[in-house]
Ligand binder design. Structure first.
Ligand SMILES: [Zn+2]
Length: 321
């Protein structure tokens, strides 16, 4: 089920071409004004990638006892993630580049008072401080992780602060290694802290991006990710994993579905674990049937100490231009 170039080029079963052609006129003005944060060169952003450690999930082999304040993106097929392109998720201004995380950290300030932070980039970043970037612009590439403590990956977070007094400002209440007033911050937040990361200022990244926070129009369609190729029976009567199954749909990498609606969780929701992600699209099939598909499904390759899944596999990707 891993990514291959063949999946991307040939995997699209263009049996749905008739259904999608009717939208060609509306497409160019309705492309989502956001991007997933990582891409294989030449691929759709997010395709062939997996979030091994999601937002407000515990990473028991790297930082047990803490909620992750970000999403760690890896190649889904376990091959080297270094070199993957790191993309700005929304338009904004590059406000900070620095650190040794290891690797560079880039912080972009967006409208709406949000900051996106991208960690573990190769030292040859492709932007400069003060530069304006658009959604999907390349910021740099994932660093080849130097010390073997973790496989190479992107650490990506969204939050409402550059410096927050209790996180990385004057009065940090939990220790972290990068020093006084260090913009990247700790990347983790203690599970036993009285505040959930969302109450401190971090956001569930996918709830921000797929949601309507930025007034983004509903995308006209979504594309099935290669990590969902062959998935059977995911179409549901309601946006819940345990809702009634609608027919015997089998997903094929590259299939496109008309989008009729979405149900996306609160960016500030205080849920924990991969199950707290809530990103669903109501789609129309060529047969005329409609139903709900998840944009992600929980992945239990890595779990928290309570046994709940910490990872997520993409099922649906924002449609490319
Ligand atoms: Zn991380």
């Amino acid at each position: 089920m891993g990514w291959t170039r063949r999946n991307l080029v040939l995997g699209a079963t263009w049996t749905l071409a008739a259904a999608t052609a009717t939208h060609s006129l509306a497409r160019s003005s309705n492309v989502p004004a956001w991007s997933l944060p990582i891409r294989h060169p030449g691929a759709i952003a997010g395709d062939g990638m997996v979030i091994r450690h999601g937002f407000a999930c515990e990473n028991t082999w790297f930082s047990p006892g803490n909620w992750h304040t970000a999403e760690d993106w890896y190649r889904a097929d376990d091959t080297e993630t270094a070199g993957a392109e790191v993309l700005a998720v929304l338009a904004g201004d590059v406000t900070w580049i620095g650190s040794d995380y290891p690797g560079r950290v880039v912080i972009v300030e967006h409208d709406l008072g949000l900051f996106s932070m991208y960690g573990h980039l190769d030292y040859e970043v492709e932007v400069t401080e003060g530069q304006r970037v658009e959604a999907g612009d390349t910021l740099g590439r994932v660093l080849a992780w130097p010390d073997g403590r973790a496989p190479s990956h992107l650490h990506f977070e969204l939050r409402d602060f550059f410096l927050n007094p209790i996180v990385n400002g004057d009065t940090p209440r939990n220790g972290f290694s990068c020093g006084y007033r260090c913009p990247p911050g700790p990347g983790y937040w203690p599970i036993n802290d009285s505040l959930h990361p969302a109450q401190v200022g971090w956001r569930n990244p996918q709830h921000v991006l797929h949601g309507d926070l930025a007034g983004a129009a509903l995308p006209p369609w979504v594309v099935v990710a290669s990590t969902a190729d062959g998935l059977r029976g995911p179409l549901r009567s309601a946006p819940e994993h345990d809702a009634a199954e609608m027919g015997n749909l089998r997903l094929r990498s590259g299939d496109r579905f008309d989008v009729l609606g979405r149900d996306v969780g609160d960016p500030s929701s205080t849920g924990t674990g991969a199950d707290a992600y809530r990103v669903w699209y109501r789609v129309g099939l060529p047969s005329g049937a409609t139903g709900w598909l998840p944009a992600f499904v929980p992945d239990d390759r890595d779990t928290g100490s309570d046994g709940r899944p910490s990872g997520l596999h993409p099922v649906l990707l924002p449609a490319p231009d």
